[in-house]
Design a protein around this ligand. Structure first.
Ligand code: FSX
Ligand code: SF4
Ligand code: F3S
Length: 376
């Protein structure tokens, strides 16, 4: 019997009561595996959730499209959003709040006072710096002022999405408002960045779960991105990678190679220079629902130097060019790549991170590419 299923619940959370223990544990296990935590961490996580240890969260919106909030709340399986709302006490969120005007301003200040030094600050959207920050104001105050004030007493700061991480779309040339990301403003603080336009909800969940359970933040790269999600390039785990290595490239949208699902490098795919896990953890929990999965080149949305800065058709240099040696060779006379080769190529067996994801996939019922079957 799976030891994870032996955990004895003290008082099931609202979500667990709603969806049942087995499904609840699957979600937690997938999130734990995604951040490289073991089965014992899953036990700790479930216990923390059962105990109702919910950190207060203040979620600020600045220059953005609210796509990150939307992708979090509108997952195909609403349990993910429910789990996040089970894990945290979302005390201030402009999109979700029923209150408005002075009432919501009061709730922001009440939350800050009641949880001084203990709340988690989530920033969504970029912050304009030009002309004193006048291009984004809420309640008569600039985003710059609000961010500095709320960040001063936060226990942890998470920048969700590319806009909050490094400026994103509002910072694309000529960047008329001087938009930038939270880490560039809060230079003396640790800001966990979860870039992506939108950010992958599972990566956010992983960070929140670790903070709630262990009181720590994950290991980060030099841009503040959690290594559990951003250590590898899209190209390393892309299900189209066997086609890249075999020299099968789409030359034009809609051509035969495009219809056969071949590599999008010549269409400007930024996957070889983009660090993210969306080639493994797709969006909306729908297998195949990610840019390359639906036939569009990666635009490098998690990279400051690429996203909304380099034209979509421009090709990039290949980082870590050596192909993985774990999938079967592609034979030209097959006329296409076998599902087995594609699946194995997409998962790069033997790499610790990939192995963790595979474990999560098994429990999830998802496979590494769109040919795999999804959970009921
Ligand atoms: Fe930006 Fe997100 Fe793109 Fe939109 O936080 S990352 S424009 S999906 O909503 O801010
Ligand atoms: Fe996948 Fe893009 Fe790499 Fe081709 S270039 S294998 S489509 S990431
Ligand atoms: Fe973004 Fe590229 Fe993934 S565009 S969503 S990093 S495939």
């Amino acid at each position: 019997m799976d030891p994870i299923l032996d955990i004895s619940a003290k008082s099931p959370s609202a979500l667990e009561t709603k969806i049942g223990r087995r499904k609840f544990l699957k979600i937690i296990t997938a999130a734990a595996a995604s951040i490289g935590l073991s089965g014992s961490a899953v036990v700790q996580m479930v216990e923390a959730i059962d105990l109702g240890l919910k950190p207060s969260v203040i979620w600020l919106h600045f220059q953005e499209c609210t796509g990150c909030t939307e992708s979090l709340l509108r997952t195909a399986h609403p349990e993910l959003a429910s789990l996040i709302l089970d894990l945290i006490s979302l005390d201030y969120h402009e999109t979700l709040a029923a209150a408005a005007g002075h009432q919501i301003e009061k709730s922001l200040h009440d939350t800050m006072a009641a949880h001084k030094g203990q709340y988690v600050l989530v920033v969504e959207g970029s912050i304009p710096e030009k002309d004193g920050g006048i291009y984004c104001q809420i309640g008569g105050r600039t985003a710059l002022d609000i961010l500095n004030e709320v960040a001063a007493d936060a226990a942890a700061i998470i920048a969700i999405g590319s806009c909050a991480s490094f400026g994103g779309l509002p910072a694309s040339g000529p960047n008329p408002t001087g938009a930038t990301g939270a880490p560039m403003i809060l230079k003396d603080k640790t800001v966990v960045t979860i870039p992506g336009c939108p950010a992958n909800p599972y990566n956010f969940l992983g960070v929140v779960l670790q903070f709630v359970t262990l009181g720590t933040l994950p290991a980060l790269d030099d841009k503040g991105r959690p290594l559990f999600a951003y250590a590898r390039t899209i190209h390393e785990d892309c299900p189209r990678r066997p086609h890249f290595d075999a020299g099968r490239f789409v030359q034009k949208f809609g051509d035969e190679d495009h219809r056969l699902g071949h590599c999008l490098y010549k269409m400007g795919c930024k996957g070889p220079a983009t660090h993210a896990n969306c080639s493994i953890k797709h969006f909306c929990e729908v297998p195949g629902a990610w840019p390359i999965g639906i036939g569009h080149p990666c635009i490098g949305c998690t990279e400051k130097e690429l996203a909304f800065q380099v034209p979509i058709h421009t090709t990039v240099d290949i980082e870590r060019a050596t192909p993985p040696d774990t999938y079967p060779p592609i034979h030209a006379d097959h006329g296409g790549v076998s599902p087995v080769a594609t699946a194995v190529g997409g998962a790069v067996v033997g790499v610790a991170l990939g192995a963790a994801w595979k474990q999560a996939k098994k429990l999830d019922g998802e496979g590494p590419d769109s040919t795999d079957k999804k959970e009921e």
